[in-house]
Ligand binder design. Structure first.
Ligand code: NAD
Length: 369
C-alpha cells in the first residue's frame, strides 16, 4: 500500500499531515510512504528528515497522486486536486464535509473513498484520532496570546513600587476544547477568568480550571444535544442570551468567543450595540470568525478597532503553530490509519462507528449521516 503526503496548497497553511516520526512508525508497520518535495518545509521538516524516516521523496503532486493508494492531507483538497487522484484512492483530510457539499459530490463521482477527520466520533476509543480537539487546543491557546498582545494592560495583578496594577478580567464564551484551553492559558498569565457555555456540564470543567462560571437565565437549563455538542437555541433564548451578554461584557477587558454548532453558522452572541457598550481599549477575539463569527462586527482574518474595541477574527490559528499542530495532527491521522489498515492492506469495517462516522464517500456514493 502506497501512502502519499502532499505539500499543502491552501494559502498560509504550514502544517503537514505526517511528520518524520509518524512516517517512521508507518514504514515500520509495512506501509510504503511517499512525500512530496517540500511538504514539511512550513513545519521545519526537511526532505532529508523524511528520507531518513524511510519515505521516498517525489518531485511533484502529479507524480505523487499518480501512484498513491492513500492520500493523507491536512486541508480539504481543491477540485483540481481531486481530479488528479486516481479512481479508488482513499483520502484522509479535514474535509469540513458538512459545509462542502460540492466537494463531497465530486469525491463520490471520482469514486474516492474519503474520510473527514471532523467526522470521527468524540468517544473515548477515538480520543487519539480527535483532530478537532488537538487543533482546537492550539486555537484556544493562541487566542489568549493574541488578546494579551492587543490589550493595553497587564494580564496579571502586580504590586510594584510604582503602584498596584489590577489583573485583567477575561470572559471566555463557549467552553469546549478551545474555550477550556483559553481559560487555562489566561489563568496561567494571571488574569481573572470567567467561562460561559450553554451546556450545563461545562460549569464543573470551568471551575476545575480555577475560573468562575458566568450564569444567567435564558429559559434553557441545558442545551446539550447529540454527541456532546450544543444545540441551536430558540429565537427567544438567543434574544435573552444576547441581552444578558450585553449587560455583562462591559465588566471585562477581554472577551474570547469560541461558540460553534456543528454544520450551522456560528451563533451570534455579541451584537454591535454590545460592542459599543464595552469599555474603550477592550479586546474581543472571535474564534468563530471562519463560520460567520460570534460577534456581529468581526471581519474574518482581520483585526479592526470599532467603538474603541479591538476585534480580532483570526483564521486557521493551528497553522500559526505548525510544529506542534503537525505533530498532533500526524498522531491523529496515524491512529485513524491503524483502524483503516490491517496488515498493510485497507480493510474497512463499516460496523465500526469510527469508520462509519468519518467516511464521507465510498464506492461512488455519499455516505449520508
Ligand atoms: P464546539 O467547537 O462545537 O463548540 C464550542 C463550544 O461552544 C461548546 O462547548 C458549545 O457548547 C459552545 N456553544 C455553542 N453554542 C453556544 C451558545 N449559543 N452560547 C454559548 N456557548 C455555546 O465544541 P467542542 O470543543 O468541539 O466540544 C464539543 C463536545 O465534545 C464537548 O462536550 C466536549 O467536551 C466533547 N469532547 C469529547 C471528547 C471525547 O470524549 N473524546 C473529546 C473532545 C471533545
Amino acid at each position: 500500500m502506497k501512502l502519499a503526503v502532499p505539500r499543502e496548497t491552501a494559502p498560509g497553511e504550514r502544517r503537514v499531515a505526517l511528520t518524520p516520526d509518524a512516517v517512521a512508525a508507518l514504514v515500520k508497520s509495512g506501509i510504503e510512504v511517499m512525500v512530496e518535495a517540500g511538504a514539511g518545509a512550513g513545519a521545519f521538516h526537511s526532505d532529508a528528515d523524511f528520507q531518513t524516516a524511510g519515505a521516498r521523496i517525489v518531485p511533484d503532486a502529479a507524480t505523487l497522486y499518480g501512484e498513491a493508494d492513500v492520500v493523507a492531507k491536512v486541508q480539504r483538497p481543491t477540485a483540481d486536486e481531486v481530479n488528479r487522484f486516481r479512481e479508488g484512492t482513499v483520502l484522509v483530510a479535514y474535509l469540513q464535509a458538512l459545509s462542502s457539499p460540492d466537494l463531497v459530490q465530486q469525491l463520490a463521482s471520482r469514486r474516492i473513498t474519503s474520510f473527514g477527520m471532523e467526522g470521527i466520533p468524540r468517544i473515548s476509543r477515538a480520543q487519539k484520532m480527535d483532530a478537532l480537539s488537538s487543533q482546537a487546543n492550539i486555537a484556544g491557546y493562541k487566542a489568549v496570546l493574541i488578546a494579551s498582545e492587543s490589550l493595553a494592560k497587564f494580564f496579571p495583578m502586580l504590586m510594584t513600587a510604582a503602584g498596584t496594577v489590577f489583573a485583567a478580567r477575561v470572559l471566555v464564551i463557549g467552553a469546549g476544547v478551545a474555550g477550556l484551553q483559553a481559560i487555562a492559558t489566561a489563568r496561567r498569565l494571571g488574569a481573572q477568568v470567567w467561562g460561559y457555555d450553554v451546556r450545563a456540564a461545562v460549569k464543573e470543567q470551568v471551575e476545575s480550571l480555577g475560573a468562575k462560571f458566568l450564569e444567567f437565565d435564558i429559559g434553557v437549563k441545558d442545551a446539550e444535544g447529540a454527541g456532546g455538542y450544543a444545540k441551536e437555541l430558540s429565537a427567544e433564548a438567543k434574544q435573552k442570551q444576547q441581552e444578558a451578554l450585553a449587560a455583562r461584557t462591559k465588566d471585562f477587558d477581554v472577551v474570547i468567543t469560541t461558540a460553534l454548532i456543528p454544520g450551522r453558522p456560528a451563533p451570534r452572541l455579541i451584537n454591535k450595540e454590545t460592542v459599543a457598550g464595552m469599555r474603550p481599549g477592550s479586546v474581543i477575539v472571535d474564534l468563530a470568525a471562519e463560520t460567520g463569527g460570534n460577534c456581529e462586527l468581526t471581519k474574518p482574518g482581520e483585526m479592526t478597532v470599532q467603538h474603541g474595541v479591538t476585534i480580532c477574527g483570526p483564521i486557521n490559528l493551528a497553522a500559526t503553530m505548525p510544529v506542534h499542530a503537525s505533530q498532533m495532527y500526524a498522531r491523529n491521522v496515524t491512529e485513524l490509519l491503524k483502524v483503516l489498515v490491517k496488515d498493510g492492506q485497507l480493510k474497512l469495517d463499516f460496523n465500526d462507528e469510527i469508520v462509519k462516522g468519518a467516511c464521507m464517500t465510498h464506492d461512488g456514493k455519499v455516505m449520508t449521516k
